[in-house]
Ligand binder design. Structure first.
Ligand code: 99T
Length: 209
């Protein structure tokens, strides 16, 4: 086994990082990447990361030649072009736009979930903006309802960028917002998630609290 040639700014609690890690596992590339752990929030940036990503957001990927790639969508695209197996992001055609749109919906669930998390843990309780929190939670609920109604067959068909992204979004909702009890209203999505959670790539990338 050769030494890792890339470094990934990483935290196991980040669903965006997890997408990258799951893709690495699914495509057999996990040994190519060294992990640089970061602990950060919007109000406490990571000083090392800032040199590579002025936004101080993870994930960011440092390539052997010094090139920096972010955000998670760009990293997934890059890594999916570095292996010889079947692509996990369709290269062209209507499948490409559909699968990327499902992945984008999942990213939106992550974004809203992270916003809620930051509001709840970083701001004093008396400053919490309840209307805004509810609006973020509504985004999550609506996105999950759409997946339940329209996307189960597509998610089941193969474990690609769309399915990886949805699985990581659900894992994060479970981690940070179990109060949403999303399984109660989305039983098919819950059954699908139960199945894919058993994949080695998902088991190997469980958040370490
Ligand atoms: O916003 C910040 O300054 C720090 N936050 C992050 O870096 C989060 C970590 S999830 N990452 C993103 O927001 C990346 C979003 C980007 N569009 C992408 O990569 O796709 C932290 C979750 C937690 O701690 O609970």
């Amino acid at each position: 086994m050769s030494a890792p040639s890339m470094t990934l700014y990483h935290n196991s609690l980040s669903p965006f990082v997890r997408k990258v890690m799951v893709l690495l596992h699914e495509t057999g590339q996990q040994d190519r990447v060294a992990l640089q752990d970061c602990v950060l929030t919007p109000v406490s940036p990571d000083s090392t990361l800032i040199d590579d990503n002025p936004l101080s957001k993870i994930p960011a990927l440092h390539l052997a030649d010094g090139t920096i790639i972010h955000d998670s969508r760009v990293i997934l695209d890059y890594l999916d072009q570095q292996h010889v197996g079947n692509p996990l992001i369709p290269r062209e055609g209507s499948a490409r736009w559909r699968r990327l749109t499902l992945a984008s919906l999942a990213d939106g669930i992550m974004d809203a979930s992270v916003m809620v998390r930051y509001e709840l843990v970083l701001r004093a309780p008396e400053k919490h903006w309840d209307e805004w929190l509810d609006a973020q939670r509504d985004k999550i609920r609506r996105a999950l309802a759409l997946l339940e109604k329209d996307a189960i067959a597509e998610l089941t068909s193969h474990f690609d960028v769309a399915a990886i992204s949805v699985a990581c979004a659900l894992g994060y909702v479970d981690l940070r917002h179990p109060d949403l009890q999303w399984r109660d209203t989305n039983p098919q999505l819950a059954a699908w998630y139960f199945e894919v959670s058993q994949r080695p790539s998902m088991l190997a990338t469980m958040p370490k609290v």
